[in-house]
Design a protein around this ligand. Structure first.
Ligand code: ZN
Length: 143
């Protein structure tokens, strides 16, 4: 079991990503969408893993654009792009931006470019069900 940890720049949001895969075996993707490019995002996920987002109360901003089915999780304190989330087949699933939360094992690794412009909303859901990580968001009282 691998546990990867990271935080946003101001540390109001922490993440813990549990996976049976070695960090070096996890996929790392550089999505070509206009939002991910602006952030220089590199994302990873494991459908059999578990992602926990631990955030101070009120620290999470959810941003939507395009088809508006995806919540981009941003930190209200520092603007870091933490993860993208959506509800797929009754479960919340997410892909983690290892750059935004500075996961040491992955943030410097080269990512594989992906372009998803031609996806339909059905194929998008299918891909996320297969690839994205079940996620739990936990809010805590701010220190
Ligand atoms: Zn922050």
């Amino acid at each position: 079991m691998t546990i990867l940890r990271g935080t946003c720049h101001c540390r109001r949001i922490e993440v813990e990503f549990a996976t049976a895969q070695a960090a070096s075996d996890l996929p790392l993707r550089a999505c070509d969408c206009s939002f991910c490019r602006r952030h220089g995002a590199k994302t990873t996920s494991d459908p059999n893993g578990k992602l926990t987002i631990l955030a101070d109360n009120g620290a999470i901003e959810r941003y939507r654009f395009g088809m508006r089915v995806t919540d981009f999780i941003l930190c209200r304190g520092c603007g870091s792009y933490v993860a993208a989330m959506s509800r797929e087949g009754g479960n919340e699933r997410a892909t983690l931006n290892v750059v935004g939360v500075a996961v040491p094992e992955l943030a410097a690794r080269e990512a594989a470019p992906v372009n998803l412009d031609h996806e339909t909303s059905d194929s998008r859901r299918e891909r996320r069900r297969k690839l994205w990580t079940p996620v739990e968001v936990v809010e805590r009282a701010a220190a």
